[in-house]
Design a protein around this ligand. Structure first.
Ligand code: CDT
Length: 307
């Protein structure tokens, strides 16, 4: 049986505040149709792919932002994307803001099978930014106000003929993210992101956004012998410039396909999952070479302890 997954990384350009869900759905469906015409098995959309990146504004009454969240997936608005996926026989991965019936707010991604049934939900674990209004910033990154960090952990699911994991944006900067999924035998990690080029706490990092993005995803792929698919919402959204650079990265750590714009753009690559074993069974044979007894501080403590 073929262990090749043809992946479409469906980068989005900006979504402005005035754009409706229907405007966005048209763009997602156009990218999905293009992915299907290029024989993709799965198309991966970015983090918070249905709206503008609203954590850039601080609204003291959070309920006034409820319209940015989905209370159902699919809903009457997103159902056409599911219907189109079933018609085209293509799986997809979609990021959105989730508001649960009991009032919890998560930054969420779903993996949907070719039959348009939801295979898995993943809720963002590493929630970056700040909890309170910081008026001195040129724009806010109040994700910690708008989203709770998930307690559900990292999942890896049997899907598309392989072991598929998910992470969202800031998760990609943390080696633990990849390793926990690596220990569950992950073969492909799907990741949406929104990364502003300006980082207010330390602007010296601004010029390095592209480098850091590649650095973390390429090393995570290599060190765990897994494919990584990173998909941006890039370009200038409501005056804030964000990184493009969506990429499909092999278990060797090499970039096999990369976006050349910061707009709606589809990258595709036929990913051979068996390539993972070249790394999983040799240099990164976890069972043979890892030393978990030497790593206990990784789960026992959160911050630095000077001994
Ligand atoms: N969406 C998201 O997680 N963005 C962060 C921006 C830096 S933290 C303010 C990221 O890690 O790319």
């Amino acid at each position: 049986m073929s262990r090749v997954i043809v992946v479409g990384a469906a980068q989005l350009g900006p979504i402005q505040r005035a754009h409706t869900r229907q405007d966005v759905l048209k763009r997602l469906m156009a990218l999905m149709a293009e992915a299907a015409s290029r024989s993709c098995d799965v198309v991966v959309f970015p983090e918070l792919a249905l709206t503008t990146f609203f954590p850039r504004w601080f609204e003291p009454d959070i309920t006034t932002t409820n319209h940015f969240y989905e209370t159902q997936m699919p809903s009457s608005v997103t159902q056409p994307l599911f219907d189109e996926a079933r018609r085209l026989n293509i799986a997809f991965c979609l990021g959105y803001a989730e508001l649960t019936h009991d009032g919890h707010r998560y930054n969420t991604q779903v993996l949907v099978g070719k039959d348009a049934k939801i295979i898995a939900h993943y809720r963002k674990i590493h929630v970056p930014g700040h909890e309170h209004h910081e008026p001195d910033r040129p724009f806010q990154h109040a994700e910690r106000y708008y989203f709770e960090p998930s307690q559900d952990g990292f999942g890896v699911w049997n899907a598309l003929g392989g072991r598929i994991g998910m992470m969202i944006c800031n998760d990609r900067r943390w080696p633990e993210t990849y390793r926990v999924m690596g220990l569950k035998g992950v073969e492909m990690i799907l990741c949406g992101y929104n990364t502003p080029l300006h980082y207010a706490p330390d602007p010296t990092q601004d010029r390095l956004q592209s480098f850091h993005n590649s650095l973390v995803m390429q090393s995570g792929a290599y060190q765990n012998g897994t494919w990584v698919v990173g998909v941006a919402k890039g370009g200038c959204e409501e005056g804030v410039d964000s990184l493009g650079d969506s990429a499909i990265i092999a278990p060797s750590g090499e970039i096999m396909a990369q976006a050349t714009t910061t707009d709606d753009e589809l990258l595709t690559y036929a990913c051979d999952l068996d390539w993972c074993n070249n790394y999983k069974n040799t240099l990164f044979d976890f069972n043979r070479y890892r030393r978990p007894d030497m790593y206990s501080s990784i789960t026992a403590q959160r911050g630095v302890v000077l001994d």
